[in-house]
Design a protein around this ligand. Structure first.
Ligand SMILES: [Zn+2]
Length: 343
C-alpha cells in the first residue's frame, strides 16, 4: 500500500534508545494490515532467575535488582535504567525466550520478538550500549538447558558489534556467533576478524567488520560469500537474528547505507538457506522514521504476506550507494574472512 509523506519525529528524550522506533513499527504493522497476516502475541512471561543465572553473574543481577527497586541508575557504560528497569528487562528477555521456544516447539515456523531494551552488548556482569540483559543469550541458554536444541547460530546484523553475545559464547563450540558490523563503531576495540573463538571452540566466532559507507551490495555479498556458507558448514538446529536496523542509511549512530530492501533480502537469504526456523530479536535502530519501514519489510518477507508498504526513504538511500571501487575493497576483506574460516 502507498503511504503518505512522512515527517521525521522529534526524539522524545534526546537519548538515542527510546520506545518510539518500536512503537512506530508496531503502529505501521497494524495500519498497513500486515498484523492481520501475523499471529501477534502481546504478552510473554518474564525470564526467571534460573534463566538469568544461566548467563549473568549472581552479583550483577543482585545489584541490578537492588538499584531497580530504588531510583534506577547505571551499573555499566551507557546503559542507564529507571525504577523498575529490572522488571522491564526481564520481560524483554522473556519475549525473546518466548519467540525462540515457540519456534522450537513447532508452534510457529518463524518468530520476531519486538522487545526493548535490546541485549547484544550486555556481558555476563557488565551492561553497556543500552543493553541491560543479554536477551538472546538467556533464551539460547534456557533452550539448551531444557534440551530443546543442541546447536544454535546467532547472526547479528545490528550495525554495532555483538560484543556481549560473542564473549558469553566465545568458548562454546555448540553456539556459532556471527556479527556483521561497522568497523570500530561500538565498542571501538572489538569485533576483529581474527577473534575466532576460544579453546575448544575454534571458528565458532565470525566477525565481519565493514568500512563505513558500505551499503546494500556489501551486505548481500557478505551473506552470499561468508554468512550462508558458514551456516551450511555449522549446521545449526536454529538461527537467531540479532536484528538491529541501525545499519540504515539514515541512522544517526552509524555510517552505513542499508535500505529496507537490504534487510528484506538478507531475510530472504536466511529463509532460503535451509530447514531451520528463524527467530528474530529486535536490537538497535535509532531512526524513528526508518526503523518501522525496515521492520515491516522483514516481517513481510518472513510471513510471505502480500501487504507491502512503500519505503519513503528508498530512493534517497539507493541513490547514495558506494561505487564498485569502494565495494571491491570491502570484497577483499570479505574474501580474507572467508579464507580464515575455510569457506
Ligand atoms: Zn546497534
Amino acid at each position: 500500500m502507498p503511504v503518505g509523506k512522512c515527517v521525521e519525529p522529534s526524539s522524545t528524550s534526546g537519548f538515542p534508545e527510546t520506545p518510539e522506533s518500536k512503537r512506530r513499527l508496531k503502529n505501521l504493522i497494524e495500519i498497513s494490515g500486515l498484523s492481520d497476516d501475523l499471529d501477534v502475541i502481546s504478552e510473554a512471561k518474564r525470564v526467571s532467575h534460573q534463566d538469568l543465572f544461566g548467563v549473568h553473574t549472581k552479583d550483577y543481577i543482585k545489584k541490578f535488582e537492588e538499584l531497580s527497586d530504588q531510583d534506577g541508575g547505571e551499573l555499566g557504560l551507557r546503559a542507564p535504567f529507571g525504577p523498575g528497569g529490572f522488571d522491564i528487562a526481564c520481560i524483554s528477555a522473556g519475549l525473546v525466550k518466548e519467540a525462540l521456544f515457540s519456534v522450537l516447539n513447532g508452534k510457529h515456523q518463524h518468530a520476531y520478538a519486538l522487545s526493548r531494551p535490546p541485549g547484544h552488548h550486555c556481558l555476563a556482569d557488565f551492561p553497556n550500549g543500552f543493553c541491560l540483559l543479554n536477551n538472546i543469550a538467556i533464551a539460547v541458554e534456557s533452550a539448551i538447558q531444557a534440551k530443546k536444541v543442541e546447536r544454535v547460530a546467532i547472526v547479528d546484523w545490528d550495525v554495532h558489534h555483538g560484543n556481549g553475545t560473542e564473549k558469553i559464547f566465545y568458548n562454546r563450540a555448540d553456539v556459532l556467533t556471527i556479527s556483521i558490523h561497522q568497523e570500530r563503531n561500538y565498542p571501538t576495540d572489538s569485533g576483529h576478524i581474527n577473534d575466532l573463538g576460544g579453546p575448544g571452540a575454534h571458528l565458532s566466532n565470525l566477525n565481519i567488520p565493514l568500512f563505513p559507507g558500505g551499503g546494500h551490495s556489501v551486505y548481500t555479498h557478505a551473506f552470499d560469500r561468508v554468512v550462508i556458507p558458514k551456516l551450511k558448514k555449522f549446521q545449526p538446529d536454529i538461527v537467531i537474528v540479532a536484528c538491529g536496523f541501525d545499519a540504515s542509511g539514515v541512522d544517526p549512530l552509524s555510517r552505513m547505507l542499508c535500505g529496507s530492501n537490504t534487510f528484506a533480502e538478507l531475510t530472504e537469504r536466511l529463509i532460503d538457506y535451509g530447514d531451520s526456523g528463524l527467530v528474530f530479536a529486535h536490537e538497535g535502530g535509532y531512526s524513528e522514521l526508518h526503523v518501522p519501514f525496515c521492520g515491516h519489510s522483514v516481517l513481510q518477507t518472513l510471513s510471505r504476506s502480500a501487504v507491502i508498504v512503500e519505503d519513503p526513504l528508498a530512493n534517497r538511500i539507493n541513490s547514495q550507494q558506494p561505487d564498485i571501487i569502494f565495494d571491491n575493497l570491502q570484497y577483499e576483506r570479505i574474501k580474507e574472512i572467508a579464507d580464515l574460516h575455510g569457506l
